[in-house]
Every structure is written in C-alpha cells, then in structure tokens.
Design a protein around this ligand. Structure first.
Ligand code: 3HC
Ligand code: NAI
Length: 704
C-alpha cells in the first residue's frame, strides 16, 4: 500500500525516511536487499526518532521496512571494522526509552539485530508468514543488542535458550504463543504500521517497555541446556556464552546488558567468529562465477542414468525439488533396486519432516518414470549420468545420448575423477556437456561441483548453478582434472594420514585427532563407511602410473585382500557389529606386518602433530589446485570442504585455516616434514611467495 495522499514524507538519509499521517509518525526503512542494520540505517532510525519525538503532533510511532524483509540483522560486513555510533545496543535502548509509544511491524525474516530492535519497541505486530529468530550463534556470536536480556523477559528462559542456542528461526505463530510478539496481521507493512499505531492511540493495542518486565528465573532450564551443549557442541565457543548471557537476564536490565556486552565481545574476539562468518559468505560467494551473466537453459524434465548409490540419490533430490524424473538402468532388476532406494530415501525425508507423508506416494507414482532404453530420454532437458566409474561405459552412454536426446539438452556426468573433456569429445555437441558432481548421499549433501570442460557453454554452466539453487544445493565451479577440487585434495591428504599410520599412529589415534579438530569423522571412519574396495580399485588403476619416488602404503589393500571392505562387510579398520564400532585387532596386526616388511620402527605421534600434518597436507594440495586454476578462488575450496567433506564450519575451511596458521609457518612445516619425504612434501610456489610478502589467501578472494 502507498502512504495516504495527505502524508508528508521526508528523507532522513538514503535508507530511512519518515512520514506523518495525523498523529501518527512512521519510520520507513529501505536498505536492500535485507535491510541490514548498517551504520546508515542505525543513524537514520536514531535521527527519525529524535525528529518524531520532538513533534508535539505525533502521538504514536510505527516502524516498518520496505522490500522483502524487516531488518535481517546487524550488517555482518561491518564486523571486525571500527564500530561507528550509534551502536545497535544503544539504538535499542533509545527506542525503548522513547517517550512516545513505538510499534514495530515485522515481515520476511526478522533476524538477529532486527528482532532485537523489535523487542525494544513497545509492541510488535508480524505479518502472517514472518519468520523470526536470533541466529547469531551460527556466526559464532550471541545476540548483542539486548536479545539475551529482552527475549527471556517476554518469552521466558527456556524458550529463549532454545531460540538463542539453536539459532533456528520460528514462525510468527510460535512467536505469538511465546510472547515475543503481540499480534499477527494480514496486509502490507505500511498499512499494518498505520493501523497498529492507530490502535495504540485508541488503546486497542497495549504497549509496554520490555525493560519493565522481569525474567522469571529458571535454573533447571539453564542447567539442562548447559549439560546438553557440553555433550553436543563441546568444541564451540559461543553457544555456551549464550547460556551465560541468558542466565544474566534475571539481573536488572542495565546489569544484564553489561554482562551481555562482555560475553558478546569475547565471542567477537574468538577465531570461531571469523571462521563462521567466512563460512556464511563462502556459501554466497561461490555463485559469483564468470558464467553467472549467461542465461540458464530451461530445465523442466530430468533424466538420470544409473540407479545405484548416486543415481538414486540424485533422482531423489530432483524429485524432492519437484522435477519429473526418468530413471534409466541396464535392466528391470536395476530399475527395481533404484526405485526401492528412491522410495527409502523419500521415507527418510518424511521421517526428517522434509516431506509430507501423503506426498511420498504421489511423487513415486506421478513424478518418477523408469526405462531400460536410453531413447526414452529424448524429451529430457537435462540428463545426468551416474553409472560405473569406467571411461568405456561412460563413452558408450554419451555416444548414445548424443543421438537420442533433443538438440540443446544438457548432458551431465557425475563422475568422481574421470576426464569430462574426453567424455564430451565422443559427442557432436561438447558445448552441452558438463560435470555435475554430487556427493553421497546425494539427496542430503549440500555440495555440487560444477565441472566446466574446455568447450562447455557458459549458459550450460549457468544452468548447473541454477539447478543447484532449485535442489537447495551449493554449487562450486571446478576445472577438469583427476578428482576435481574436492577428491583431488582428499586423495592427497589421505596419503599423509596413511604415512602417519605406517610410521606409528593407529587409525583410531588419527581419527580421534581429526574429530578433535572438529571433523564429524576421521579419515579411517570415512574410508570404512565409503567402502575400502573403492579406493582399492583406484589404487590398482593408478599402480601403473604411480611415480617411483612416491611412498606407497599398502595397508588398506591388504585389509581388502581379506575381503574386509569396511562397514558393509562388518569390518575394515574397525569392527562393526551390534556393539559400538571398535578398532579391528586384525587390521592392527596387518599394520604391524606392513611396518615390519618396510623396516619401519614405529614412533609416537601426539594428537597435535597428527592434526598439523593432516591439515598442512590439505592446504598444500589445495594451494596447488589454485595454482592449476582448477578452483577459481580460495573461498571456493573452503566451500567444497565445508559443504562436502565435513570440514568444521567454525574453522571456515582449509584456506581460511591456512591464513590463521600463516603462510610462513606452513612453509616452515612443509620444509621440516620434507626431511623425511622430499617428494610428497614440496612447498608450492604460491605459498612460498605468500610467505615472503606476508600475504594471505583472503587477499586472493578480494582479487588483490
Ligand atoms: N549483513 C550483511 N549482508 C547480509 C546480511 C547481513 N546480516 N544478511 C544477508 N546479507 C547479504 C548476503 O550476503 C547477500 O549478499 P550478496 O547478494 O552480495 O551475496 C544478500 O544479502 C542476500 O542474502 P541471501 O542471498 O542470503 O538472501 P536470502 O533471501 O536467501 O536470505 C536471509 C535472506 C535469510 C536474511 C539470509 O541472508 C540470512 O540468513 N542472513 C543472515 C541473518 C543473520 O545472521 N542475522 C544476524 C546477524 S548478527 C547480528 O544481528 C548481531 C546482533 O545481535 C548485534
Ligand atoms: P553404483 O555401482 O552404486 O551404481 C552404478 C549403477 O549404474 C548400477 O546400478 C548399474 O547397474 C548402473 N549402470 C551401469 N551401466 C549402466 C548402463 N549402461 N545404463 C544404465 N545403468 C547402468 O555406483 P555409484 O556409487 O552410484 O557411482 C556412480 C557414479 O557416481 C560413478 O561415476 C562414481 O564415480 C560417481 N560418484 C560416486 C560417489 C559415491 O560416493 N559412491 C560420489 C560421487 C560420485
């Protein structure tokens, strides 16, 4: 709705204006895209409040925003820069102390500092469909503009702890029920702000200052949350500080706010804050690729070839996103297996609350079709191949696809390692061929590498990114090479783990060190889960071309020789039965035997040394992947590891971690390790130069 004709609108600055309608003063925010509480927005609101408070004709003030959302939080880009007055906490106190009633209208995603501004107003109305939350903990901080003090006063300690320590937004209905907001209305924000302010003047909408309420102490909820976080998030810093801050809300507001500030500052100084904010931006930065200006091709129908682990996962992801999918297999038995896996995946989605139970059957019956004849993929806009990792099989399939699919259809391969250029070359239309490398389980993992071959069309690349958005995945652009960004780096650092295992560390010691660093699983737990036979086959394939200087560790191959492939066979590096997984004594015997054969006298490794070598190897190879131009920027590598390999989010990714360690220290480490193995540990030129000029990977993200 536009303001009534007789309203007088005045610009305060570029992002804030005021409008008057009789006794009502409106403060209008317009700071696209998400009305972040930047310095301009904060100072604009302050000035607008001063102006309206000084105006004797104004009896009530309404605060609302234009665009897709009310304030979605503090401006994260200002973090780490010198703070500029007015600070958000001061602004909230100023709003709360207003001598005229102020009502705030929430819409979109009212998050963090946005909700804190609202909690400091004297009444809150939300549009239906609004989500509100305090997600600061996901950025390694806590609500620092009074949220930890005002939310418990309105919603109680237990509900506030949930909101603040989980960071998850809640619906307007839940917010109303908890007391965080006072009313839900339908309409547009301007209209609702006017109506709410009229209701305040008429006494129909009650106002109060949140600071005048006191928090009902709830020590049980505090202790229960502390115990839960000790167990579930022992490595994280800010969730524990969130609890301390909420506990302080039973103090008088000014004292509680002081305690909140102290804890907030501690979080701001924590390296976890920098890591988590880097992770937040990495998720968005990866979409900025040279091809993003091209217009994506329209994709409405998808074909998937291969109904194994990956094909059925990819089909599930596409079905869940609403695409009609045709699944192709070699024979009916393959189709039956694939369909059964898809059905199981959909059941899982129902259990996780991602899919309504009644939709499961309609998806299977209405959206999924199957065939053993590739010619049935003729009407598909995109076909994703996920058959055996065998160049011969893939070439054959692409030759056929070239003939049977319509001109302009995109032909994608989910290969993990194979050369997309070689695959494209068997078709008459290499510009339509691309790698779309999903991660297992494909309907759950968020990463998708978009592998751009020499002749891939820019619009085909753009389609890969647009598809990822529709599948709710994070796409990262990669060049063609053996293993692309992620697997190329993983294959390398996995060797560092194997060398440590050969030289004296047990698989369990290595896994414990790596999970202690923050990975959800260590390399041997991952290997057992993925199946040791997969790398066994790859090892055999690579044996002929393995350089003579490379140190080769045959332990995993020896374990495979026994028929032990990890979880699926009941044992690998660990034993899997009805009890908790535990180290496999027979695997330990094999390790001892291999050490004896190689004449290695095992030595002790500290947990710190294991982490240092593992992470340094990862950074070393990641630097080479940058040098080779396979990854565009360091932040792309960070995103690959954060969203595809379980790298601890609070550490921001391997390249962000490299900057924390420093290029000089990394060079020193690599040179020290090279004393034992000069072939494996070679300092990349890029890293050496960086160390010499005291540079960083962050600068490369900025393009400097
Ligand atoms: N500050 C600065 N920029 C922000 C921002 C913020 N709080 N939130 C989003 N942006 C930017 C994004 O980086 C993106 O920029 P780009 O177009 O240049 O890449 C742009 O706004 C649009 O964001 P999305 O692509 O994420 O848009 P969506 O519509 O998908 O999502 C959203 C919108 C749900 C608001 C999502 O952006 C989000 O979750 N933002 C972060 C919210 C948040 O964490 N707020 C708390 C901040 S900390 C705080 O308030 C501290 C206080 O307690 C003192
Ligand atoms: P899989 O062995 O589970 O499934 C392959 C399926 O392809 C089988 O069901 C087989 O019957 C079918 N198939 C073989 N030839 C076919 C043909 N000519 N026409 C139709 N169907 C055919 O293998 P998985 O693990 O699903 O891997 C598939 C591809 O995905 C491989 O290229 C692999 O490298 C890649 N990949 C695998 C990942 C994993 O974690 N398993 C992760 C990412 C990629």
């Amino acid at each position: 709705m536009n303001l009534p004709d007789d309203t007088v609108s005045t610009g305060i600055n570029d992002v804030v204006s005021i409008a008057r309608d009789g006794a009502i003063g409106l403060i209008v925010l317009d700071n696209p895209p998400v009305n972040a509480a930047s310095h301009a927005l904060r100072s604009g609101i302050w000035k607008a409040m001063e102006t309206l408070q000084a105006d004797s004709a104004i009896k009530a003030i309404g605060l609302y925003a234009r665009g897709r959302t009310f304030i979605a939080g503090a401006d994260i880009r200002e973090f780490g820069k010198p703070p500029q007055d007015p600070w958000l906490p001061d602004l909230c106190n100023f709003l709360e102390d207003s001598n005229k009633p102020i009502v705030c209208v929430l819409h979109g995603t009212t998050l963090g500092g946005g909700l804190e501004v609202a909690l400091a107003c004297h009444a809150r109305v939300a549009l239906a469909g609004t989500r509100v939350g305090l997600p600061e903990v996901t950025l390694g901080i806590l609500p620092g503009a009074g949220g930890t003090q005002r939310a418990p006063r309105l919603a109680g300690v237990a509900a506030s702890l949930d909101l603040i320590t989980s960071g998850k937004p809640i619906s307007a209905e839940q917010a109303l029920e908890s007391g965080l907001i006072d009313r839900i209305s339908e309409g547009d924000p301007c209209e609702i702000a006017l109506k709410a302010a009229q209701d305040v003047i008429a006494g129909v909408l009650a106002t109060r200052r949140t600071k005048d309420l006191s928090t009902q102490p709830d020590q049980d909820a505090i202790s229960a949350m502390r115990a839960k976080l000790e167990k579930t998030q022992p490595l994280l810093f800010s969730p524990h500080k969130c609890v301390d801050a909420v506990e302080a809300s039973s103090l008088p507001l000014s004292e509680g706010l002081q305690e909140e500030r102290r804890l907030f500052n501690a979080c701001m100084e924590s390296p976890q804050r920098a890591g988590l904010i880097h992770a937040f931006f990495s998720e968005r930065a990866v979409a900025k690729v040279p091809e993003s200006l091209a217009t994506p091709r329209e994709v409405t129908r998808i074909g998937v070839i291969g109904g194994g682990t990956m094909g059925s996962g990819i089909a599930t992801a596409a079905l869940l996103a609403g695409f009609p999918v045709t699944l192709s297999e070699r024979d009916q038995a393959g189709l039956d297996r694939g369909t059964a896996t898809i059905a199981k995946n959909l059941d899982g989605a129902v259990k996780r609350g991602k899919l309504a139970a009644e939709k499961r059957d309609s998806i299977l019956e209405g959206r999924l079709s199957t065939t053993t004849d590739l010619a049935d993929l003729a009407d598909r806009d995109l076909v994703i191949e996920a058959v055996f990792e065998d160049m011969g099989v893939k070439r054959e399939i692409f030759e056929t696809l070239d003939k049977v699919t319509r001109p302009g259809a995109i032909l994608a391969s989910n290969t993990s390692y194979l050369d997309i250029n070689e695959i494209a070359a068997v078709t008459s239309r290499p510009e339509d061929v691309i790698g779309l490398h999903f991660f297992s389980p494909a309907h759950i993992m968020r990463l998708m590498e978009v592998v751009v071959a020499d002749k891939t069309g820019a619009d085909v690349v753009a389609t890969g990114f647009s598809l990822a958005r529709k599948l709710k995945k994070i796409a990262v652009r990669s060049g063609v090479c053996d293993g692309f960004i992620g697997n190329r780096i993983m294959t390398f650092y996995k060797k560092a783990a194997d060398y440590m295992m050969m030289d004296g560390a047990s698989p369990e010691e290595i896994d414990t060190a790596i999970t202690g660093f923050g990975f959800a699983m260590g390399p041997y737990q991952v290997a057992d889960l993925a199946g040791l036979d997969i790398s066994w086959a790859a090892n055999k394939r690579r044996a002929a071309t393995r350089p003579a200087e490379e140190r080769y560790i045959p332990i995993a191959d020896q374990i495979c020789e026994q028929g032990w492939f990890g979880r699926k066979t009941g044992q690998g590096f660990y034993v899997y039965d009805e009890k908790a997984p535990r180290p496999n004594p027979d695997a330990l015997t094999i390790i001892d035997q291999e050490r004896d054969k190689a004449g290695v006298a095992p030595r002790a490794f500290t947990q710190g040394e294991i982490v240092d070598r593992f992470v340094t190897a990862m950074i070393l190879k990641a630097t080479r992947v940058l040098e080779e131009g396979i990854a565009l920027r360091p932040i792309d590598i960070d995103a690959v590891f954060l969203f595809g390999y379980g790298f601890p989010r609070f550490r921001g990714g391997p390249m962000h971690t490299a900057d924390q360690i420093g290029a000089g220290e990394l060079v020193r480490r690599i040179e020290a390790y090279a004393q034992e193995d000069a072939y494996y540990w070679q300092v990349p030129e890029l890293l050496r130069n960086m160390a010499e000029r005291d540079g960083s990977f962050a600068e490369m993200n900025e393009g400097t």
